[in-house]
Design a binder for this molecule. Structure first.
Ligand SMILES: [Zn+2]
Length: 153
């Protein structure tokens, strides 16, 4: 759910003004045990999807919440660095799985086209193209084809 459903949007704007990346998304546990991912509605759609996937990854990985940080008069619960990195990694994999990236890269799609096609952000598409090794794989295959063409032609 949008954080604007929980607090006035003016408070979110105030927080964003204090520190732009202070709040992206958070997972709350309801009394009945169900979890709710609360996201910042002031961020762009692609970034919001990355933030939501990150939170989903925390849930899937059964991460425990550890630290309370304060920004202005607001408190936030955050995970430790290792858990954040794991959630970043799995979140990216959930948004852009390697087989999809490989197919898109073989078709010659740009990171912008991939971001638009899979409704994520360009930084996420760039990160996944590099981190998955897809760019290297496709680049080597292309170079090998060029060498073969060069030899036969
Ligand atoms: Zn996190």
């Amino acid at each position: 759910m949008s954080a604007a459903q929980l607090v006035p949007i003016e408070r979110l704007e105030e927080l964003q003004h204090l520190q732009d990346d202070a709040f992206s998304a958070a997972t709350l546990r309801r009394r009945d045990g169900r979890r709710v991912v609360v996201f910042n509605p002031l961020h762009a759609d692609g970034r919001t999807r990355s933030n939501q996937a990150h939170e989903l990854a925390h849930i899937v990985l059964q991460h425990t919440l550890r630290t309370i940080e304060n920004v202005g008069s607001m408190s936030f619960v955050t995970c430790d660095i290792d858990q954040e990195e794991e959630a970043d990694w799995l979140g990216g994999c959930l948004l852009l799985p390697r087989p999809i990236l490989l197919r898109a890269a073989k078709r010659g799609e740009s990171q912008q086209q991939i971001a638009e096609g899979y409704q994520t952000s360009e930084p996420m598409a760039r990160f996944r193209l590099n981190a998955s090794g897809v760019l290297v794989q496709v680049g080597r295959a292309k170079a090998a084809r060029q060498r073969q063409t060069g030899r036969s032609g």
